[in-house]
Design a binder for this molecule. Sequence first.
Ligand SMILES: *[C@@H]1O[C@H](CO)[C@@H](O)[C@H](O)[C@H]1NC(C)=O
Length: 491
Amino acid sequence: MSLFSVLLLLLLLSPPPPVITAAHDYADALTKSILFFEGQRSGRLPPDQRANWRGDSALSDGSSAGVDLQGGYYDAGDNVKFGFPMAFTTTMLAWSVIEFGEFMPSGELRNAAAAVRWATDYLLKTLALPDRVFIQVGDPTKDHNCWERPEDMDTERTVYGVSPERPGSDVAGETAAALSAAAMALRPIDGEYADELLRGSFRAFEFADKHRGAYSDDPDLKAGGCPFYCDFDGYQDELLWGAAWLRRASQNDTFLNYIQNNGKTLGADDNINEFGWDNKHAGLNVLVSKEFLDGKVFSLQSYKESADSFMCTLVPESSSSHIQYTKGGLIYKPGGSNMQHVTSIAFLLLTYANYLSKTSQYVNCGNILISPTSLRAQAKKQVDYILGDNPAKMSYMVGYGDRFPLRIHHRGSSLPSITSHPQFLACKDGSAYFNSPNPNPNLLIGAIVGGPGEDDVYDDDRADFRKSEPTTYINAPLVGVLAYFVANPDI
Ligand SMILES: *[C@@H]1O[C@H](CO)[C@@H](O)[C@H](O)[C@H]1NC(C)=O
């Protein structure tokens, strides 16, 4: 036997080498997922700002309407402050802290609380006048026409607001949800502030319920919010969602009665299998199920049934029709910014698993019962895909791992920093940077991009905003999900 044959034989006899998937560094990813929010800050930056390539911006927001609307977050890669997705982002950041804050290292819990408060300080300002909720600052058409750093931004900072004549139960209801959730998240550190948030939440909800309507039904408001953040599915879900959060934060029966009495008329059991800045149904069902699962309110059973049927579409073991997955295993919904669905659904999987396991219950999928562990396994697959276990073998979080998106669709990240290039860059001066094949000069650490297409392919193309743009509502639910896996890496 030749040496070659011996080697070949040995090769054939020995077991295949184990597939080594490096465990992910969930703690590192968690830190970065929260740091991302500092890069999205609008207003006057505090001395402890860590994303130090950013500077103060939009300091006179609100002045055209005689109010102070400084602060808050830019939603994505532009410089507009859209209230509808900002409020939803806040709700999800706060919900992350409520459910999974116990798993965060104390420093990260502080950072997450600061990220929540950066939003709520602003949301409280939007409620400064009676019978008004300010829902947006910035003219999106003019803003999007420029590729400009937030620090240089000189396009019109139009202020949009809802009022009894121009109702917006969607934005006001989501603002109520955000403030109640934040009151719960922040109460352990600042009880007085939590009380203030809860009072704001009551007021926002009262306004939303009393003056019913969708903000994008008004022509002027529509011109501001659409087509970016139109209320496509109606305001009814935000009324229930706001009431559900008020119930959870205040334990006040008024809001329990509201959910019970209005569930039918407001379409609680429409059971739409979505959860995002526009559609709250799946999240509402999970949230309200908790009170049923805890054994307190039997009349809320229908919410558990709806939550179950949503979960059944996510686990392969069930015989229900399933939502779409890519070949590589990623949850996929057409329409761009797919990762928002991935992170919000992963959040619901973990949260519902926790509610169920606390009371030793299961998901009822008709033919089969699904365990909380199975839900967690689904969530983990999604997170691990984001962090690098995917066909493209890259992480979709900027700054995490060896390979990650370098040309994200983000003005501040792609233009030279105000610290290295203090000279003013006007609206169209940015085009050269937008069109440049070079990587972005400023790493927006922690940003998760819209993600690959249904073929699992990612081109890292700055112009392709559906894939390369980060948003605050992609990251917000992931903060809680990552915290869970920091403490429970093996599910
Ligand atoms: C519950 O909420 C209602 C409506 O906002 C309010 O009138 C009532 O005083 C609240 N009850 C308690 C116990 O706080």
